[in-house]
Design a protein around this ligand. Structure first.
Ligand code: NCD
Length: 314
């Protein structure tokens, strides 16, 4: 068995084999989703707290549905409605949750490292649903799952990520996952948001869109993370669209079977126009569907699940 971890905190520390175990388990669980009885009660009697201290729609809903399908008891906890607003520290909030015998904490937080901190101080299993600009491991896993399902492999593919790389936790997790599984990663966007330092992670960096997308098998578009940018590092929306926006004219530069991906939320008309977002090369909604199976797989594995064979046998 190639999964023995109690938590999922990042992609950086996973081995390629562990990543593949998650993807294989998710594939088996996606099959369960097609059956008449869609539940797989691996988490019956366990309590999961969804601790979202930063806004989220897709990720939170997706985790919640995944938890329901695993028959867990679910508590939702959002920053606006909690004592975090009253100045309670993260550690105190977490200790209180633990005093209620919580088994899993799914956390989204604006501070990088918040999930790692909880994993150190608590007994519960911790799953990172996005920490600051650091990592968003389940997003990377669902991106890898979608690419593998569509292309049959990850190894040897050219994957281009366009946009605000500097402030993107999705980009960081994707880069780790893709390079570990043998893809060639190209980064493109305004130079203020795509520093050359990313070459040290094994990526190619280019500021020329045509060059970036010409040989791509997959193009992953990112939103400009205005909320994280401390200074104005963004050239302006019109300039961004002119140099980096994806639209049918730019699609003509790409391979005919390129996949268009986006973690959401999309800013239509900025990083991608509507025709391309809703077009036949787009797998954006498939990513959302696959997110559920991937999150089920992660919860199942950190709970001690044995991998895809246990799902298939059920
Ligand atoms: C991303 C996030 O929150 O990191 N969205 C998501 O999880 N689906 C990307 C973003 O906010 O742009």
């Amino acid at each position: 068995m190639s999964w023995t971890r109690r938590h999922l905190l990042d992609i950086q520390s996973l081995t390629a084999e562990e990543i593949v175990t998650v993807l294989d388990t998710a594939r088996a669980l996606k099959e369960v989703g097609r059956r008449a009885i869609k539940t797989f009660p691996a988490l019956r009697g366990k309590t999961v707290v969804n601790l979202f201290v930063e806004p989220s729609t897709r990720t939170r809903t997706s985790f919640e549905l995944a938890e329901q399908r695993l028959s867990a008891d679910i508590v939702n906890f959002t920053a606006e409605a909690s004592s975090l607003r009253k100045g309670e520290t993260l550690k105190d909030t977490a200790r209180n949750l633990e005093a209620m015998n919580v088994d899993f904490i799914v956390i989204r937080h604006s501070a990088a490292g918040a999930p790692h901190f909880l994993a150190r101080v608590l007994q519960a299993h911790v799953i990172n649903a996005g920490d600051g600009a650091h990592e968003h491991p389940t997003q990377a896993l669902l991106d890898l799952f979608t690419i593998r399902e569509r292309k049959g492999r990850i190894e040897g593919l050219n994957v281009t990520i366009i946009g605000d790389i500097l402030y993107s936790r999705v980009a960081r997790s994707d880069i780790w996952g893709l390079t570990k599984l043998g893809a060639r990663v190209t980064l493109c966007g305004p130079s203020t948001l795509v520093p050359r330092e990313f070459e040290q992670l094994g990526c190619r960096v280019t500021y020329d869109l045509k060059e970036a997308i010409r040989d791509a098998d997959v193009i992953n578009l990112l939103r400009i993370q205005h909320e994280r940018q401390r200074r104005t590092m963004f050239p302006g929306v019109q300039e961004y669209i002119q140099f980096f926006g994806i639209n049918p004219a730019r699609m003509a530069w790409t391979k005919p079977d390129v996949l268009i991906m986006h973690p959401g939320p999309i800013n239509r008309g900025v990083e991608i126009d509507s025709e391309t977002a809703d077009g036949e090369r787009s797998v954006i909604l498939e990513q959302v569907t696959n997110g559920m199976a991937v999150r089920m797989a992660v919860l199942f594995l950190v709970n001690g699940g044995r991998g895809p064979q246990e799902v298939i046998a059920a």
